[in-house]
Design a binder for this molecule. Structure first.
Ligand code: PLP
Length: 367
């Protein structure tokens, strides 16, 4: 996409493309880390009935503060959190943008450690926040010493850390979280979009939230919670941090429809999350299978697996797509990321990958 010259967009935005994980209508979609299991009929009915009741009030603005929803999210999170320590928006992407609107901006700096979530530099760009890209170690592990050195040098106003990290999959230790919180002069944002998928014994930063008033933990209903279409992200933080975000949020940013539907889904949290254990097991099977085929695989606490490396990863990605399997061409050079689907979808993925890697052109390129 190239914008015509006459479109008076900001000069710094002109070179960019819109966010673009391809949305293609293919049989097996394993590219954006959705939960493949949708709500049951009973949950769908409750959602629909709640919406039917709310529909008679759509002439009114929604609760600007979304109190009922924030209470339900606080209950869901546990850790003794109350509604005033929780904030919600249209996806955790909007939560993050609000964070950079309030805590980043001209003259301010945000930092993260690559490879990580590709949207972080975009929030920084959109809010005129100076962006500092640190590095992870060669095996993609979070390098605490390198991170502390970067924080000491750059004094970032916001540090963004995904744990489990996307697209690599591994989590931060609590020691690492504490070390960053002790060193960082500003906000530390732990993006726990995949928290529910973490392996047993892997901690959440929620357990140290009370010790660090400038720590923010973000979550989403898009991944484990099987609610990507509902667009609901949220965070837990000190209530004073939440108040700062209320200054930049748009009035009535969470529609009545969103609040109603999310509340109904949260009433069925047990069911929405019922397949998470299955997905974890399927993930571990996929990782083991990929390793057995001789690929490099990063240990994952999330619902995806990063594997590689391929001399021409695009050809592998395209070969899979030609066989009806859409995965994600993302992350470091040579690697590909596959989301965890149903067992049937994973069989289709394995069969397609085997066929692609046996095809003569690809064998040669990746030899
Ligand atoms: C998917 C994802 C999100 C969540 O996005 P939503 O806007 O809540 O759908 C946030 N952070 C990371 C690292 C993700 O992979």
């Amino acid at each position: 996409m190239t914008l015509p010259e006459w479109v008076p967009i900001r000069d710094d935005l002109r070179p960019y493309e819109p966010y673009g994980a391809p949305q293609l209508d293919v049989p097996v979609q394993l590219n954006v880390n959705e939960n493949p299991y949708g709500p049951s009929k009973a949950t769908a009915d409750d959602i629909a009935e709640s919406l039917r009741a709310a529909a008679t009030e759509l002439n009114r603005y929604p609760d600007r503060e979304a109190w009922a929803l924030r209470e339900a999210l606080a209950d869901y999170l546990g850790h003794g959190l109350a509604a005033d320590a929780v904030w919600a928006a249209n996806g955790s992407n909007e939560v993050m943008q609000q964070i950079l609107q309030a805590f980043g901006g001209p003259g301010r700096t945000a930092a993260s450690f690559m490879p990580t979530y590709s949207m972080y530099p975009e929030y920084a760009r959109n809010t005129h926040t100076r962006w500092i890209a640190g590095r992870r170690a060669d095996d993609f592990a979070f390098d605490v010493d390198a991170a502390l050195a970067l924080i000491a040098d750059e004094q970032p106003d916001v540090v963004l850390l995904a744990s489990p990290n996307n697209p690599t999959g591994e989590s931060l230790t609590l020691d690492a979280v504490r070390a960053v919180c002790d060193a960082a002069p500003g906000l530390v944002v732990l993006d726990e979009a995949y928290a529910e998928f973490r392996r047993p014994g892997t901690p959440t930063a929620l357990s140290v939230l009370a010790d660090y008033p400038r720590l923010v933990v973000t979550r989403t209903m898009s991944k484990a919670f099987a609610f990507a279409g509902g667009r609901l992200g949220y965070l837990a933080a000190d209530p004073a941090i939440v108040d700062a975000l209320r200054i930049v949020r748009l009035p009535y940013h969470l529609s009545t429809v969103t609040q109603t539907v999310a509340l109904a889904a949260l009433r069925h949290a047990d069911e929405m999350l019922a397949r998470v254990a299955d997905l974890r097991a399927t993930r571990d099977e996929a990782a083991a299978w990929l390793r057995a085929q001789g690929h490099d695989v990063v240990d994952s606490d999330a619902n995806f697996v990063l594997f590689g490396t391929f001399a021409d990863r695009h050809a592998v990605w395209q070969g899979l797509l030609d066989r009806g399997v859409l995965i994600r061409e993302t992350g470091p050079d040579g690697w590909l990321r596959v989301s965890v689907g149903t067992p049937e979808e994973m069989t289709a993925f394995r069969d397609a990958l085997t066929a692609v890697l046996e095809s003569p052109s690809i064998r040669q390129e990746n030899a």
